[in-house]
Write a protein that binds this ligand. Structure first.
Ligand code: ADP
Ligand code: MG
Length: 235
């Protein structure tokens, strides 16, 4: 099967101007992901796992290297490291998801509408989108009384559940996960793993860092272990 993503000699470092040195994150990293594959990203704290996911999502631009992403329907491939911002924005809306443990809640939007929004953007009628949203809120264990309430006032764990429901309601082609379960209860973690298994079976590719890697053991096809690098002085 053709790869969905091919990472080629990707290098990222942070230049800390006022200290006159460079913090290397990773260098000449190459790997690929096919549809339906699940890659576990591992390594010690501060090794660059979040930085790698953010570089793939183009929150950060790499120093060098390529991130080839295969477009659907034979439209060829695009280098996410160099693509125009407008193309990145479209891909984020339709094809590439990023799941963290944090919800960006907005004032006066109910939990069910926060979760339904990605479906509404994709053209699903309002009632159907809300029903689907309630299904996922229930699945992730958000109490029924909270569905019409504003997530801004929720506990951290409740916000995480709303966040997962929203992030995974609409199947995408590639999902990047950065410790989405860090402080979730066992029931919600179980629901998440079940959802990821379904997405994987449906051909969604995933790259993720997990606080409890044992949770996703049965899903993992390959592991990428990042190694610590030395700090370099700017010449
Ligand atoms: N925006 C940034 N500016 C400067 N340094 C950063 C930035 N983001 C991350 N770093 C540094 O890059 C390294 C890797 O961080 P990170 O990717 O968050 O690690 P991990 O997710 O593996 O714990 C750390 O040394 C961190 O301090
Ligand atoms: Mg991290």
């Amino acid at each position: 099967m053709e790869n969905l993503l091919t990472v080629d000699r990707l290098t990222k470092a942070f230049e800390i101007h006022h200290l006159g040195h460079i913090i290397p994150a990773f260098a000449t990293l190459s790997f690929s992901v096919a549809p339906g594959e699940f890659l576990l990203l591992s390594g010690p704290n501060g090794v660059g796992k979040s930085t790698l996911l953010r570089t793939l999502y183009r929150t950060y631009r790499p120093v060098s290297g390529h991130v080839w992403y295969t477009l659907p329907r034979g439209q060829g491939r695009i280098d996410l490291a160099r693509a125009a911002d407008i193309d990145i924005a479209l891909l984020r809306r339709r094809e590439i998801g990023f799941v963290t443990q944090f919800l960006t809640a907005r004032p006066r939007v109910s939990a069910e509408d926060v979760v339904a929004e990605p479906l509404l953007q994709a053209g699903t009628p309002l009632q159907e989108a809300r029903e689907e949203a309630r299904h996922w809120l229930e699945t992730f264990g958000v109490k029924r009384d909270l569905w019409a309430a504003y997530p801004m006032t929720f506990s951290g764990g409740e916000q995480q559940k709303v966040n997962l429901a929203r992030a995974l309601i609409r199947p995408q082609r590639l999902v990047l996960l950065d410790e989405p379960t860090a402080s979730l209860d066992a029931q919600a973690r179980g629901a998440l793993v079940a959802r990821l298994a379904d997405l994987k079976a449906g051909g969604v590719a995933m790259i993720g860092v997990f606080h409890h890697p044992g949770d996703v053991e049965t899903l993992v096809d390959r592991e990428i272990r990042l190694q610590p690098m030395e700090m370099a002085n700017v010449a």
